[in-house]
Design a protein around this ligand. Structure first.
Ligand SMILES: NC(=O)c1ccc[n+]([C@@H]2O[C@H](COP(=O)([O-])OP(=O)(O)OC[C@H]3O[C@@H](n4cnc5c(N)ncnc54)[C@H](OP(=O)(O)O)[C@@H]3O)[C@@H](O)[C@H]2O)c1
Length: 406
């Protein structure tokens, strides 16, 4: 469009110059004897004047119109850049992964956040290059907001190459449940159901990812956690994750019967761990249902214990003080926000991590003997509950109903 407009401007200005030059030539030419030769010589004179006028005419002064094409060209180039959406990119793991991906120069990052100003400020603080990211509003605690985000993203005209479901809330000290806009208990509603709808609505866009993706294939990464995996020490600290027979989810998690997936009493810490089990079960279901037909690589990860992130903001003060040194010096599971961000970015972008259905981890002190390692990332085992595909399928069907996809 811009090129056409600019060509039109050029055509119009040379036509005006030609008319003026022709008129000047008519006035200047001597009266001819032979009308045919006169016409030829008049045309030649006009052409000479046109050439002279064109030669001396100053190029058009730069205007907003002249500046527009370059800006539009840049915008078009940016739309063609491999694009990754990261939810919860305003702090912690999501922010640092967004930063690592943006700084690589290979990706345009959509920071999908509920607090626009906070996300923009955080991006600037880390020095994320201008133009390498876009902040878009997404509140996972509202299905309407998820749908609106997806519409806005589609309207942007961008391609989609990777989707990272990272955002989460953790309410370990809550005595009473709180609820999303749609009436689901907040941790499961945000961490699981909001992401469940988001991933399903963007699956087609991922499938259509062009071939020149730095990872080699489109990816959908759902951040998991060791705390939802009861085959680990951390996963065995009470209250343990347990979805039971999902009877609470069947009745809608709205607190009338129960606000917990297993139908039990509300427990904020358990609700978070349950939501992480849902995240990992969903990743496995996506892999089984869609990997072969879409070519999308689905994976989850435990990036390490990032003991200083905002995730622990609702914990008691003493816990927040002691937890980081405990993780650094006792469990050795500690990892900095920047390192965790690089790990998540690796799972998004490293072509060697293209196996689907995998739960990645990193062995901080290199002591594990039972992992398969790819470029520092280890293919970890999931708990019995997470590997229960029948439960995964039931969770899928119930979640489809709750988010209105069925
Ligand atoms: N920290 C760890 O040790 C650890 C370990 C294993 C796994 N993880 C996982 O890592 C992920 C990120 O956690 P983190 O430690 O980086 O915590 P964090 O710093 O608190 O980040 C959580 C992000 O989620 C966003 N968020 C919360 N509710 C949202 C909503 N309704 N809509 C949209 N965004 C929302 C937050 O936005 P605001 O900035 O607006 O609050 C924030 O950007 C989570 O999935 C967590 O389970 C963390």
């Amino acid at each position: 469009m811009a090129a056409v407009a600019s060509a039109r401007v050029q055509v119009a200005s040379s036509a005006t110059a030609a008319t003026a030059a022709k008129r000047a030539a008519q006035l200047a030419a001597p009266r001819p004897a032979n009308p045919l030769r006169a016409a030829v010589s008049q045309r030649a004179a006009a052409a000479r004047v046109v050439a002279a006028v064109q030669a001396v005419a100053a190029p058009p002064a730069p205007t907003a119109d002249a500046a527009r094409p370059a800006a539009l060209v840049n915008q078009e180039k940016s739309l063609q850049k491999p694009t990754v959406i990261v939810t919860g990119a305003s702090s912690g793991l999501g922010l640092n992964a967004a930063n690592a991906l943006a700084q690589s120069g290979d990706w345009h990052v959509i920071m999908a956040c509920r607090d626009f100003a906070k996300a923009e400020k955080s991006a600037q603080k880390l020095g994320m290059p201008k133009g390498s990211y876009t902040v878009m509003h997404l509140d996972l605690a509202s299905l309407e907001s998820v749908r609106q985000f997806v519409q806005n993203f589609k309207n942007s005209g961008r391609r989609l190459d990777a989707l990272v479901a990272n955002a989460a809330v953790y309410l370990p000290t809550a005595k009473e449940p709180t609820f999303t806009a749609d009436g689901f208990e907040l941790s499961v509603g945000t961490n699981h159901l909001g992401h469940f709808l988001l991933v399903n609505l963007l699956l087609e866009d991922l499938k259509d990812s062009p071939k020149n993706n730095p990872a080699g294939s489109p990816r959908c990464i759902i951040v998991g956690s060791i705390t939802g995996n009861t085959n680990t020490l951390a996963g065995n600290i009470p209250p343990k994750a347990d979805l039971g027979d999902l009877r609470g989810l069947t009745t809608g998690l709205d607190g009338r019967n129960s606000s917990m997936i297993d139908g039990g009493e509300f427990d904020g810490a358990k609700a978070y761990k349950d939501s992480k089990v849902c995240n990992m079960l969903t990743m496995r279901q996506l892999h089984q249902r869609y990997h072969d037909s879409t070519g999308v690589t689905f994976a989850s990860l435990y990036p390490g214990c990032i003991a200083e992130t905002g995730l622990f903001r609702n914990h008691v003060g003493l816990f927040r003080t002691l937890f980081p040194p405990f993780q650094k010096f006792v469990t050795k599971g500690y990892v900095s926000e920047a390192e965790a961000g690089r790990r998540l970015a690796q799972v998004v972008s490293d072509p060697t991590l293209n196996k689907s259905g995998v739960y990645w981890s990193w062995d901080n002190d290199k002591s594990s003997l039972w992992f398969d390692s790819v470029d520092g990332a280890l293919e970890n085992r999931v708990s019995e509950e997470v590997s229960d595909d029948k439960k995964g399928a039931k969770l899928w069907d119930l979640s489809m109903k709750l988010v209105g996809l069925e």
